[in-house]
Write a protein that binds this ligand. Sequence first.
Ligand code: UGA
Length: 463
Amino acid sequence: MRVAVVGAGYVGLVSGVCLAAKGHDVTCVDINKSIVDRLNQGVTPIFEKNLPELLQEVIKAEKFRATVSLEHALRDASLVIIAVGTPSENGVIDLTYVCNVARQIGEYIKKNNCFLTVVVKSTVIPGTTDTVVRQELERASSKKLGEFGLGMNPEFLREGEAIEDFMYPDRVVMGYETPETLQLLEELYEPWNVDKVRVNSRTAELIKYANNTLLATQISAVNEIANLAATLGGIDTMHVVSGVHLDKRWNPIIGTNRLNPQILKYLVPGCGFGGSCFPKDVQALRSQGVGLGIPMRMLSAVLEVNEAQPQQVVNILSHHLNDLVDVKVLVLGLAFKPGTDDVRESASLEIVRSLLCAGAQVSVHDPIAAENFAHALGATAVSIEFVDDWRTSLSAVGVVVLATCWPEYAEISKLDITKKVIFDARRMLQPEDVLPARYLTIGRRVDSLGVQENNFSDLPNMV
Ligand code: UGA
């Protein structure tokens, strides 16, 4: 099928390349000429595992190309996918880009008097496709729904695993406003032999938000329990969650084995969720609910817990060290999670700002996200030192904060960490692995009972 994908950002590009890899003929449109030029040379503008190889493959097979011209991309296309950004404006979704694209597609339909099916892939609040997008299309094309197709097909791509998630999805959600649209979506996803959910567009939109907000809720719930456990003292929340993990409703038993589902990875105490999706999506859904007169107390609480969580790192460090003034702290990990150079809403931003406020001397490291981090910090970036070799820098600091669980940081246990304070904000280490150091973390405080902090030696291996 000939497909046009509008927006060569993270969602549009991954979707376009993967659809091309499955045999569709894809043209990606972006207003940024330098991105388009780079794509046509097989160079990806974003960091995503396996994307460069797949991009080069589909370009070679002449299944994929990029252009700045929407008109050029729509020529002969049966389906156009809208995958432009939906930024957050004070917690409210900004649909400007989606609307602009819908209007331009409508104008193209009018000018060429053709039939096109438009599918929204951008994450938009429930009711957007069948009202806002439909109206834009109808106005600009002077046609009614049915004279063009319309649907909504959300993505469930994790950054760093996006190719894997697109190629081997858990399910494909096909929201449609006309039977012909469903037919086309069936053809588009024919190569994928997975569960397919056929619903109207607003249901598809809410499936996407419900998915992310439930995961975010789980993270904030476990973090709140962790904060309580730490205040009580004498408890390690990892023991608590490992006890919870054994409930077969979280972790089913098949024969004599545990299934260890991925959901358990979202049941680990830490310094909070970040990224371009969870915070923005929870805020957008809350705003929509509040606008409709629903208090949305639950989602407000999820955000409140999460916003306060990075500060826990500095609170706990201040409590144990009395004072952070002039204390040398090395923050390891700046991306919002490993496997990406994305620092949007990264907990590390807040951790670094709070450490500076507390008077600490801060150095930072990330294998790939340092540049984006400096940019996101703005003027504050001059107050911190960016280090290339964290292993060497270790000797010069008294405190290390593990803020993103890049696998290489686990090596810290093999280095000289005598008398250093290691704050494991992602629970990536076993306390007994760093015995020469003082181990601090979220959800674990034993000093109030006079017990040594490293005395919890029997932590089970977590997922
Ligand atoms: C998330 C969803 O997992 C995807 O299914 C969805 O498609 C995507 O958003 C999106 O809407 O586009 P992503 O933002 O890439 O994907 O990141 P995740 O791997 O889900 O992690 C999100 C955040 O939660 C990270 O900051 C991570 O560190 C944090 N997290 C995760 C915790 O704080 N605690 C945990 O126990 C687990």
